[in-house]
Design a protein around this ligand. Structure first.
Ligand SMILES: [Cu+2]
Length: 491
């Protein structure tokens, strides 16, 4: 017996050694060399020439009635100036990067016809929106992919205020990285907040080679583990763009993170004093929070959105600083010009003390049903398949070869009890449903993307709605690509 276990031990050692050698080989491959070459030239060099961006200020929608928003999108290839030197060949909607902003009111109907002028299939998914199942844009689950030269019509009623994003769900890591995405901002019926300016902030990163073209999509141990990180940080498709406000103003900022894998950790600082300006978080993903809360470090994981207010007490230059383990860098600037009008600090403190009743009844309904809810256990795991292939799994099941279907009944309550058995976080995104995070501090908002921390746990509750198949997957796009997708079946 003892002799036999020694043999197994030695065979085990040999395998581990082989695994390490091949793993390192993978790790120090082409992508990492590109990354090292260009990170000096782009990412860590702060650009402070104010690059004015006029396109992402949001106007208030003044009408009271709902209407149909008819839009025509063409997905195609377009050259865009991202960084100094050659323009970058991106994939865009209507030649713009990011795609056109969709501004709507609760109750409006969004009617988008998309023509696919790419040479590959595509679809559009309306991330965070509660749409009829056949409008959800998931190829081979809710619709056939839209072939080259094909068209598709998406039509649905807007049910919730909030911040959303549209993007393909076909070969998602590549199509999003190449530029196919855009923001949707929906006004609430009752918005109690006072502010002077409203700016959309779509956060992304992109991996460019030295000729400024999007780097190939090779699969490596590193991209499988961590996801694809870019070497250029973008806000609204620009490197370090500048927005303008006035001293004493309250500015509303709508953050969206559409990076493949990068979580953005952001602070707003006054560049003269280095003092941090607090973010007053008033909403997340699909709804207002019932109570606003302040933070000086906003954490926005891939797929998440945050609705925040900031108060700029003094004139001068402010910067949004992104923190990574390589240091910190300005990703965008906010310049407060001198103003002769009155100090707005009172409206900020009034905002801070708001209590929002918009979703109170729905929140209370979910909380009251915690004890009757059925528990769905979700284990997030990485596993080896054969010698070298690593896959991501949910309850040991890998999409699409061995898909985990979770049957639920419409109108019933379910608790997702999620455990992360890895040392990397997973931002889990649930299509078509509204989740409430449990075990919190009494601050609620409806979420569709929640982070399960490394080796941690999280519980959410939702009331199943909308018959059909709804994906539940990691929004680190390479994790989803490598299997971390399951399907909630509502009947
Ligand atoms: Cu993940």
């Amino acid at each position: 017996m003892e002799k036999q276990s020694n043999v197994f031990f030695i065979i085990g050692l040999v395998f581990i050694t082989l695994f390490l050698i091949v793993g390192f080989e993978y790790y120090f491959n082409k992508e990492n060399r590109i990354y090292d070459d260009v990170k000096e030239s782009y990412m860590l060099k702060e650009v402070f020439t104010p690059q004015r961006d006029e396109n992402f200020y949001l106007e208030k929608i003044e009408r009271n009635n709902s209407k149909v928003l008819n839009l025509y999108f063409v997905a195609k290839k377009t050259y865009i100036n991202l960084v100094e030197g050659n323009p970058t060949l991106l994939w865009t909607y209507n030649d713009t990067f990011p795609g056109p902003i969709i501004r709507a009111r609760k109750g409006d109907v969004i009617n988008v016809t998309i023509k696919n002028e790419l040479d590959v299939n595509t679809t559009i998914h309306w991330h965070g929106m509660r749409v009829p199942n056949q409008m959800d844009g998931v190829p081979d689950i809710t619709q056939k992919p839209i072939p080259p030269n094909g068209t598709f019509n998406y039509q649905f009623k807007v049910l919730d205020g909030g911040i959303y994003i549209y993007h393909p769900h076909y070969n998602t890591p590549e199509q999003i990285e190449r530029g196919l995405y855009g923001g949707i901002v929906v006004d609430y019926d009752n918005d109690p907040y006072e502010y002077d300016r409203d700016i959309l902030m779509i956060l992304d990163d992109i991996l460019l080679e030295n000729n400024n073209q999007v780097a190939d999509f090779y699969k490596t141990m590193h991209t499988t583990m961590m996801g694809r990180y870019g070497n250029v940080l973008l806000v609204n498709g620009k490197v370090n763009p500048t927005y303008y406000a006035k001293e004493g103003e309250v500015v509303r900022l709508r953050f969206i993170n559409i990076a493949n894998a990068r979580t953005f950790y952001i602070s707003l600082i006054n560049r003269e004093t280095n003092k941090k300006i607090p973010f007053l978080v008033i909403g997340e993903d699909i709804s207002f929070s019932n109570k606003p809360y302040e933070t000086t470090l906003l954490e926005v994981a891939p797929g998440q959105r945050y609705d925040v207010l900031v108060y700029l007490p003094d004139e001068g230059n402010y910067s949004f600083i992104y923190y990574s383990n390589q240091g910190y860098i300005s990703i965008s600037n906010l310049i407060a010009n001198k103003s002769s009008s009155v100090d707005k600090v009172d409206s900020y403190s009034k905002n801070k003390n708001q209590y929002v009743y918009e979703n109170e009844q729905d929140f209370q309904d979910l909380i009251a049903n915690v004890d009757n809810a059925e528990i769905i256990n979700i284990d997030l795991y990485a596993e080896m398949q054969g010698m070298m292939e690593m896959k991501w799994s949910i309850n040991g099941r890998v999409y699409p070869d061995d898909t985990l279907f979770i049957p639920v009944d419409e109108g019933r309550y379910y608790i997702l009890e999620m455990r992360n058995l890895n040392s990397v976080p997973h931002p889990m995104h649930l299509h078509g449903q509204r989740m409430l995070v449990l075990d919190g501090d009494g601050i609620y908002s409806f979420k569709d993307t929640v982070v399960i921390p490394p080796n941690g746990k999280l519980r959410t509750i939702f009331k199943a709605e909308g018959k059909g198949l709804w994906l539940f997957h990691c929004h680190i796009l390479e994790h989803a690509q490598e299997g971390m997708i399951s399907v909630i079946k509502v009947s």
